[in-house]
Design a protein around this ligand. Structure first.
Ligand code: HEM
Length: 144
């Protein structure tokens, strides 16, 4: 059985282009993404091209990233950026909106969502800030 790549299933380069453009447009526009937008350069276009090249390769299309930029090592490339759960969630919010807008094939979209969520989760590299809720283990249980 020949396996069709996710790249081919979603429509190849034109879909990747639309996906990444939509992703960065959301990062630019969404209030929830303000913190991660501020981590990125003012001009997102060059980074957009790098992400397109990466996703092309990662989803089984032409290898456009590693011949130019070397081994992906995505987690290592993100070490200078502080990524906690909130940053991960903001990133995924933009990506999920972009996927919904640009990838018509539902099964392919779900498959990409799944691997993307796992990669974004693995990218976390700082502990989360204290939330408003206290650790339940450190709270005295009231009896009345
Ligand atoms: C989890 C939250 C994430 C945050 C907050 C984040 C943020 C960033 C930032 C700030 C940059 C650097 C921009 C610069 O060059 O100054 C970057 C680069 C990049 N990110 Fe992410 N990122 C995240 C997850 C991901 C994921 C899951 C992927 C892949 C699916 C990805 C792919 C890339 C690529 C390809 C680059 C360019 C790397 C290079 O220059 O070689 N990022 N990201």
């Amino acid at each position: 059985m020949t396996e069709t790549s996710l790249y081919d299933r979603i429509g190849g380069a034109p879909t990747i282009d639309a996906l990444v453009d939509s992703f960065y447009a959301r990062m630019d526009a969404l209030a929830e993404a303000r913190t991660i937008r501020a981590m990125h350069p003012q001009d997102l276009a060059p980074l957009g091209q790098v992400l397109k090249d990466y996703l092309s390769e990662w989803l089984g299309g032409p290898a456009l990233f590693s011949p130019v930029r070397g081994h992906p090592r995505m987690r290592q490339r993100h070490m200078r950026v502080a990524i906690d759960s909130a940053a991960r969630d903001a990133w995924l919010l933009c990506m999920r909106g972009a996927l919904a807008e640009t990838v018509a094939d539902e099964a392919a979209r779900a498959a990409i969502d799944d691997v993307m969520a796992r990669l974004a989760d693995w990218m976390r590299n700082v502990p989360d800030k204290e939330g408003p809720d206290q650790d339940p283990a450190e709270t005295t249980i009231s009896q009345n």
